[in-house]
Design a binder for this molecule. Structure first.
Ligand code: FES
Length: 303
């Protein structure tokens, strides 16, 4: 498949690595410099409040604005109009402003990616930066009355933005960046036994298998809580994470989830974990999908 070949070619570019490391350090420095507010800003940009990545929402605006600008420029060009074009100028300016917001969310998510996806994400960002530079130059040229030059620069910017969007699609649909990696849809609707009671110790996270679905069990204050074990961010093993005050921290990129209802406490994850009900039967702990009884995710386990 053509898209797979493009992604793989970018993933082989080892010379990107110093740039990846430098940009990661710069992102960390920016958030560290904000102190406690950095955590709130980071969670906002990850889309923790939204339930999925904010970047996916924000990118629609510059893509739409620049597409509108492209169409308006083409119409003006076909008409031979060398003077007007204010609607196209406004569309391009709107695209530039909103692209900055999309970039802030994108680079915040990118900081917590790994391997090939990280490399493709960097190429995606560089292409967007180049497109934004061309659009900015286009606006300057238009302001000087050099409309023909302005349109040419915008056409080039549109081409780069299109190529960047192609890579962004590959990241989502092929590398599964920004989608939930937590098991979904296969959770048992009826209670299944997963562990002998005496094998679950207070405060010690434990991975169990519930009809093929990995589940995280935690005994806390006499209650047994159960959420999906596979981290929704990129599939990290939550049972190997640190448990603190009813919150489990993923060992891979530090996302934090409530073990009570699977909600995200801190990103980079923005999708909540599946939640399970628990009960005790014949010396065993049994679980089933919380939604099996409540019709909604996040129901409190009833142990
Ligand atoms: S896999 Fe990234 S935070 Fe869990």
């Amino acid at each position: 498949m053509a898209s797979e070949k493009v992604l793989q070619a970018i993933e082989r570019q080892d010379w990107f690595q110093p740039l990846e490391e430098g940009l990661s350090r710069a992102v960390d420095r920016v958030y560290d410099s904000m102190g406690p507010r950095g955590r709130a800003v980071r969670n906002f940009l990850h889309g923790v409040w939204l339930g999925h990545p904010l970047h996916a929402v924000l990118t629609d605006i510059p893509v739409g604005a620049w597409t509108a600008g492209f169409v308006l420029d083409v119409i003006d060009e076909l008409r031979g109009d060398r003077r007007s074009g204010r609607p196209a100028d406004a569309a391009i300016a709107t695209g530039l402003v909103t692209a900055a917001a999309a970039a802030a969310a994108g680079v915040t998510d990118w900081r917590h990616t790994d391997g090939g996806a990280r490399r493709v994400g960097l190429a995606h960002g560089v292409l967007n930066l180049a497109a934004a530079g061309l659009y900015a130059a286009s606006l300057v040229a238009r302001g000087r009355g050099e409309r023909r030059t302005g349109r040419s620069l915008a056409f080039a910017g549109f081409g780069l933005a299109f190529a960047s969007a192609y890579l962004g699609g590959g990241l989502t649909y092929s590398r599964r960046i920004g989608v939930s990696h937590a098991a979904a849809g296969g959770e048992p609707r009826d209670f299944v036994a997963v562990l002998a009671e005496e094998e679950l110790h207070e405060g010690a996270p434990r991975r169990v298998d519930a009809a093929g679905v990995p589940v995280l069990l935690v005994r806390r204050g006499g209650r047994v809580e159960a959420i999906g074990e596979v981290c929704s961010h990129l599939g990290g093993p939550l049972s190997e994470g640190r448990l603190e005050d009813g919150v489990i921290r993923c060992p891979w990129h530090g996302s934090r989830f409530s073990i009570h209802d699977g909600s995200v406490v801190d990103g980079p994850a923005s999708h909540r974990q599946p939640c399970f009900e628990t009960r005790r039967r014949n010396g065993h702990i049994e679980v089933r999908a919380a939604s099996a009884a409540s019709g909604r995710a996040g129901k409190s386990p009833a142990y």
